[in-house]
Design a protein around this ligand. Sequence first.
Ligand code: SF4
Ligand code: SF4
Length: 272
Amino acid sequence: MNIVLITAIFAALLAFILGVALGFFKKVFAISEDPLKLQVREALPGANCGACGFPGCDGYAAAIASKTAGINSCSVGGKAVAEKLSALLGVEANMIPMVTVLACQGTKEKAKLKGEYVGAKSCRAAKVAAGGSKICPWGCIGFGDCVKVCKFGALSIGEDGLPKIDYSKCTHCKRCIAECPQWLLRGVPSSGKGAMTLCSNHTLAKGAVIKACKAGCIKCELCVKNCPEQCIVMQNGIPVVDYTRCTSCGTCVAKCPTKAIKLIEKDIIVTA
Ligand code: SF4
Ligand code: SF4
């Protein structure tokens, strides 16, 4: 018999034996999946975005099934998924839906640039190489590192040079929050109650803010002094609102000379 034919028959036989052996060992040593984990996995949306803090939906499902994670961490699935998991596991769902907000209004028109930046068009690179692109060291650099990581197409850089958030798409997966080298993206409850300062300039020098940006908080504290609920306090140079007490009356917004503070529901979360 020809040597080529013998080799071919031998190879086919070997492949067959190995196939049978593999099938046998797979059955004998198979690790059966926890049925609860499979049910939990079924209830999760399958976005695999990692916003829950686990490596994808499989990882989060395993953690929920083994009771090492709660059921309220899937921001993509939101309240609907938390309620499904609540019914499945008999634990209470208390998810507060959140959306992402940009705490900077330093548009091309309002915030002065340092000069011409010629390096890589990345916010992180510009921060490392030149301390950002604007005179305000806390301002949005505008190269869209946040836009690049959003898996849901909810972010884009607007004509004014700042990221725009499409609230019909934002799932508050927090990827942009983690990516921004200026820490300008924050989570607020999507119910939208309360006011929020849209400036992150922490300097206490009013003159330095005025020099850098027309929309910056100039630390006059008119919002703090005029709030009828007394629910605004200065923290590290920024007026911070206690949402639990704020009634959204708009007094702070009306008093602010630079319009650095805005009502979340009325001025920030615009879905139409
Ligand atoms: S929000 Fe942050 S990541 Fe996004 S463009 Fe501005 S500086 Fe860059
Ligand atoms: S009123 Fe406006 S400028 Fe003055 S402290 Fe409040 S947010 Fe800042």
